[in-house]
Every structure is written in structure tokens, then in C-alpha cells.
Design a protein around this ligand. Structure first.
Ligand SMILES: [Ca+2]
Ligand SMILES: [Ca+2]
Length: 233
């Protein structure tokens, strides 16, 4: 044993008890013997065979193989076999939207979605998405289009604002980040990105400039209409 100190550095050799050896999978089959220094208040529990509290800050575990210092506290809960294998550190969780109370928020892959059934105008929906830390959704492929429609249908109805708009250039449809995803003047070969326009849409009827998804199909709609909306981050 390289040392017998508590976390605060005090010598506690007089109260050190070796724990039962614990087998812990480290690397390629290395066997690590874990011992612990127990504070006096835990000695009685240990002697009685009671489980120690994992969260006890006073439990100091060491590796005798010269490993990197104190290990995280591990309870000597079992000596009947190998312990759990070391787990690689998890990737940081995706950023989350500040979910509004009336909405459903759900991670899908690395993106967070906020699905809201409250019917409001396109501009107000875009503002609420922005306040939550995101934008109205940009629909990248058929699977996402289907997923969003199913989720919106479960929440309220499958009739909602996405971020597409041609308000800036009539007939040139852009997502919230400025990407053009559909140009009405271009031939079909130039519109290679995913689109799911309903038959005869977009038709700019009375100056429609905002993208509505209804039943999984896209239409342009008067931006002042009030429908549900879906945000993403
Ligand atoms: Ca238009
Ligand atoms: Ca239309």
C-alpha cells in the first residue's frame, strides 16, 4: 500500500482495515486489489458485514497496482465475481431547448425538438423558438418529416409551422439558417434536396410565404394564420 491517508491527508494507519479483495476489470484482464481506509464510525458496520455507503466521503479507496491515485468510491458489495467493467466517459449531452411548459421536448439524435400544439402565427412561433434557444424546424429528410408529423399528431394535430419561408425572395424557399432548399423557378434537377410539397404547392395564393406541414405534406400558407409549431436546436 502506497499510503494510508484520508482525503484530507491525515495519517489513519491505526484504523486501517483491509477490505476483502475485489476483482475489478481494468484493461486487458488486470486484477486490481482494492483496499479501503474506514473511519471509525464505519468500522462497526464493516465488522458486522453491513454494506458501506457508496456516497460516504470518508471512504478512501486505493489501487495497489500503482494506478492513478484514489479511485472513485466503490462499495465492497460483492466478492463473488468480477465487478462491472470500466465504462468509457459518456459524451457531453446535447444542448437542450428551454422547454415551454405547454410543449413536448424530445431529443432525436443530436438535436433537441420542442413540439408545441398552441396555434400561433409564424412570426410568433419563430420568436418563441428563438426565446427557447432554437429556431423553427428545418426538415432534412423523409424520416424526419415522418417523425415530426407523427409526434405532432400525437400532441395536437399534424398541422404545424416549419421554418421554410420565401418572404425574402418570392419562390426561393429557405430554412431558418438561410439554406435554400427549394427554388420554384429552377427545374426539377436543380431541386435535389428533400422536399415534400403537396400537389400544386407552393402556389403563393394571395401571397403565401410561410411553410406549413399538414399530414406530412408541405404547403405555403399565409404567415398570419395560427397553427401549431415545431422548434429545434
Ligand atoms: Ca410565397
Ligand atoms: Ca399554398
Amino acid at each position: 500500500m502506497r499510503n494510508r491517508r484520508w482525503f484530507d491527508g491525515r495519517e489513519r494507519a491505526g484504523n486501517v482495515l483491509p477490505l476483502r479483495p475485489m476483482r475489478t476489470a481494468v484493461g486487458a484482464g488486470a486484477l486490481v486489489l482494492v483496499v479501503a481506509c474506514l473511519p471509525e464510525r464505519d468500522l462497526a458496520s464493516y465488522a458486522a458485514g453491513l454494506p458501506l455507503q457508496v456516497s460516504s466521503p470518508a471512504i478512501s479507496l486505493e489501487r495497489e497496482d500503482g494506478g492513478a491515485g484514489d479511485s472513485p468510491a466503490v462499495p465492497p458489495s460483492s466478492d463473488a465475481g468480477p465487478g462491472p467493467a470500466d465504462v468509457a466517459p459518456a459524451a457531453p449531452p446535447p444542448a437542450r431547448l428551454a422547454c415551454r411548459q405547454e410543449c413536448d421536448c424530445e431529443l432525436r439524435g443530436a438535436r433537441d425538438f420542442m413540439l408545441c400544439g398552441t396555434p400561433i402565427t409564424f412570426a410568433l412561433a419563430a420568436d418563441r423558438c428563438e426565446r427557447a434557444g432554437g429556431t423553427l424546424v428545418s426538415i432534412e429528410d423523409a424520416a424526419e418529416n415522418t417523425w415530426l408529423s407523427q409526434r405532432m399528431a400525437a400532441l395536437a394535430e399534424d398541422d404545424y409551422w416549419a421554418s421554410g419561408t420565401d418572404a425574402e425572395d418570392e419562390g426561393v424557399w429557405r430554412w431558418a439558417d438561410g439554406r435554400v432548399f427549394y427554388d420554384e423557378a429552377a427545374d426539377a434537377a436543380s431541386n435535389l434536396g428533400f422536399a415534400a410539397w403537396d400537389e400544386g404547392q407552393p402556389n403563393d395564393l394571395n401571397g403565401e410565404d410561410c411553410m406549413r406541414v399538414i399530414g406530412g405534406l408541405w404547403r405555403d400558407l399565409d404567415c398570419g394564420e395560427e397553427i401549431a409549431y415545431a422548434c429545434e436546436q
